[in-house]
Design a protein around this ligand. Structure first.
Ligand code: BTN
Length: 246
């Protein structure tokens, strides 16, 4: 699935770099990895602390042959692959906070930032930006309460390359299932089993609007099914979901 790996010592943001590659005609699917980012970007315009050699800062550039409306599936696919790769390489037990955070010990250990360029009927390129906190033990004060690393929980240094290799292997498996066999159920099954979001009250934030709902299920497209304030079932496609206590 991945044809090329670009390894950089330092870059402003691997997502930005991957998007620039995506603008080229007939680009190859590429994994961009950097030892450090000077302007790592998170969701909702936040910054992402990307200390040198401390974590895995990578972006996957792809041209998935799926409808743009189904692009959210790619984020969940990446989340499943990251979670499974971390568990396999470290023996730790991660969970997935719908739609794009990986949780360890009730704190965030990995975030995913998906960006794409699309027309009405096809995706020009899609970038899955993945940041995994591996060996750092300190975090900026603003995120200290919420963030953790594999080392913080496992008490040892972890080999980043082993995790990346596992990720590529598992991601490729799930990607082929989706693209070649139209099988997304295998990913959903994993995400439901490893969900930190389901069967509890969650806050759903969309813009300035925040609601408390009950997270019931994840449907076949990867949408979160909740029971809303009026007791009705509702699908959540977008917006930030915060799980109480995480
Ligand atoms: C989030 O806010 O949770 C998403 C964080 C995504 C961080 C990764 S690190 C590699 C890639 N390059 C970036 O600038 N951001 C993503």
């Amino acid at each position: 699935v991945i044809k090329r790996v670009v390894y950089l010592q330092s870059i402003d943001s691997t997502n930005k770099y991957a998007k620039e590659l995506g603008h080229q005609e007939n680009f190859e699917s590429t994994l961009v990895i950097a030892e450090t980012q000077t302007l790592g970007r998170g969701r909702l315009g936040r910054t992402w602390a990307s200390g040198e050699k401390q974590g895995i800062w990578m972006s996957l550039l792809l041209k998935p042959t799926i409808q743009p409306t189904l692009a959210a599936r790619m984020t969940l696919l990446a989340a499943a692959a990251v979670s499974e790769a971390i568990d396999a390489a470290t023996g730790l037990c991660t969970f997935i906070k719908w739609p794009n955070d990986i949780i360890l010990d009730d704190k965030k250990v990995c975030g995913i930032l998906t960006e794409m360029s699309a027309e009405l009927n096809h995706i020009n390129y899609l970038v899955l930006g993945i940041g995994i906190n591996v060996n750092q033990i300190e975090f900026p004060a603003e995120i200290q309460e919420k963030a953790t690393s594999l080392k913080n929980v496992g008490g040892q240094d972890y080999n980043r390359l082993e995790i990346v290799v596992k990720f590529i292997e598992i991601f490729s498996k799930y990607y082929r299932l989706l693209i070649e066999e139209n099988d997304f159920g295998t990913v959903i099954e994993y995400v439901v089993r490893k969900s930190a979001t389901l069967d509890r009250e969650v806050d759903v934030t969309a813009g300035a609007n925040k609601r408390r709902v009950f997270a019931k299920d994840i449907d076949e497209n990867g949408n979160l099914i909740v029971i809303n304030e009026s007791g009705e079932e509702e699908a959540i496609f977008y917006g930030e979901v915060s799980v109480r206590g995480i």
